[in-house]
Design a binder for this molecule. Structure first.
Ligand code: G
Ligand code: G
Ligand code: MN
Ligand code: NA
Length: 249
């Protein structure tokens, strides 16, 4: 309850921050984009989104928080594009946001308001959220895709994707869940299978949670497109991320 009232105040005061974790092309090491991750300092201490996002979901506060995250990510992507060059920014979308009937319209308005080219925004939606109600989400996903926004399935491999549905879904990217990356290089079966599936469906792959040089090497050899994780970089404050963007152009 204390978390909830703190969260309400934070929403009103906009006292959140985004950090940006780089993704690189596995083959070249070239910067390919960032994942924006929300941070909140409450009473002087950092509260993990793993703890407050579920509360925000239960209370409905996620709708306003999610809108702020979208605005901030788009504002940043536009500024970087103008000052340095185009770099895609990915944003996590929760179940309640995706289920909101106004979500696709909101995304369209935010892109317009900030003059953000749609292809610079990527939406990460977990496999569990998409698959729990594919039929219900399909029209929204199609509308988002028609805007030119890219869609990634987050934590891929942890849910139950119907392969028949996967083929019909308007998605661009599979993010290999970090539990499977963690198994590399000793137990590569799941990672191999996801990469093969993605290649078959013409989707690109991002490995999450890459922490060792052995994992990086295995993934590059296996044809995984992009890498993300502490080995490449921790999530960075906006200024540090911008410095990376500058050197990439
Ligand atoms: O950044 P960190 O690893 O602490 O994130 C923990 C969890 O919170 C992850 O599952 C991540 O996807 C989620 N998360 C981080 N930022 C956001 C956000 O802006 N919106 C939503 N819905 N989830 C987020
Ligand atoms: O659920 P999602 O994939 O959006 O979660 C992203 C979370 O993963 C972020 O909170 C981020 O801090 C965390 N993360 C990013 N890279 C690594 C990594 O290499 N190892 C671990 N353990 N966590 C990571
Ligand atoms: Mn994510
Ligand atoms: Na993930």
């Amino acid at each position: 309850l204390r978390l909830e009232s703190g969260l309400r105040e934070a929403v009103a005061a906009r006292s959140f921050e985004l950090v940006y974790q780089p993704k690189i092309e596995a083959a070249s090491g070239r910067l390919t984009g960032f994942e924006a991750l929300i941070r909140w300092r409450h009473d002087g201490a950092a509260v993990s989104p793993a703890d407050f996002i579920p509360v925000a979901e239960d209370t409905g506060l996620i709708i306003e928080i999610g809108r702020w995250v979208l605005e901030e990510a788009c504002r940043t992507a536009t500024r970087w594009a103008l000052d340095h060059g185009p770099v895609p920014v990915a944003v996590n979308v929760s179940a309640r946001q995706l289920a909101d009937p106004g979500f696709a319209r909101l995304v369209e308005q935010v892109l317009q308001r900030h003059g953000t080219p749609a292809h610079l925004l990527e939406l990460e939606i977990t496999e569990t959220v998409i698959m729990k109600d594919v039929r219900h989400h399909l029209p929204t996903l199609n509308r988002l895709r028609a805007l030119g926004v890219r869609i990634a399935i987050d934590d891929f491999g942890t849910g139950y994707s119907s392969l028949a549905y996967l083929r019909q879904l308007p998605v661009d990217v599979l993010k290999i869940d970090r539990s499977f990356v963690n198994d590399l290089p000793h137990a590569p079966d799941i990672a191999s299978t996801v990469i093969a599936l993605a290649q078959r469906l013409l989707l690109s792959t991002v490995a999450e949670g890459v922490e060792t040089a052995e994992q990086r090497h295995w993934l590059a050899e296996a044809g995984c497109d992009c890498l993300q994780g502490y080995l490449i970089s921790r999530p960075l404050a906006a200024e540090a991320a911008e410095a990376m963007v500058m050197t990439a152009f």
